[in-house]
Write a protein that binds this ligand. Structure first.
Ligand SMILES: OCN(O)CCCc1ccccc1
Ligand code: NI
Length: 183
């Protein structure tokens, strides 16, 4: 199982590389890895398992965070309407997005960043993402709210971008002009 020992921390150059597309159909090994990434998220949100293995709770994970320069991400979270968003995706791509921006009022964190970095992280309010699922089926996701924020955070990891790269350097709490607040 994936534990915090497997999570690459900032300073490791892997987090600053552009990950490679996964050749399709995905190999058994890549499918097993993607399943393990999703399993990690579920474990990290299970109080007992998280305490037993000292896991930090995460709603998303990108393959570079476990040292793999491959375009694979997993998401496991519920949105404000209590809908579960459980995704294990190969080669995700934002195909369109709103002009409108949003940001988490609490700011963002990252399993690869062992420190608080305060400030608003501007994200597109709504995104349309195309990807290949674990069964090699094409999927198109239209997301808003926390799921939209989370998938943008993960796709950023595939492009070597950390959440704090997007915080306004002069004024971290400057509200992005096209923004609505995500609480
Ligand atoms: O890359 C995933 N990860 O570091 C876990 C935290 C993910 C995350 C945290 C806040 C807002 C969006 C996404
Ligand atoms: Ni992260």
């Amino acid at each position: 199982m994936i534990t915090m020992d497997d999570i690459i921390r900032e300073g490791n150059p892997i987090l600053r590389t552009v990950a490679e597309e996964v050749p399709l159909p995905p190999s058994e090994e890549d499918k097993a890895t993607l399943k393990e990434m999703l399993e990690f998220l579920k474990n990290s949100q299970d109080d007992e398992i998280a305490a037993k293995y000292n896991l930090r709770a995460g709603i998303g994970l990108a393959a570079p965070q476990i040292g793999l320069k491959k375009r694979m991400i997993a998401l496991y979270l519920t949105d404000e309407k209590d809908k579960l968003h459980e995704y294990a995706l190969f080669n995700p791509k934002i195909v369109s997005h709103s002009v409108e921006e949003t940001y988490l009022e609490s700011g963002e964190g990252c399993l690869s960043v062992d420190r608080d970095v305060p400030g608003y992280v501007p994200r597109f309010s709504r995104v349309k993402v195309s990807a290949i699922d674990i069964n090699n089926k094409p999927v198109v996701l239209k997301l808003r709210g926390l799921p939209a924020i989370a998938i943008q955070h993960e796709i950023d990891h595939l492009n070597g971008i950390m959440f704090y790269d997007r915080i306004n350097k002069e004024d971290p709490y400057k509200v992005p002009e096209k923004a609505t607040t995500e609480r």
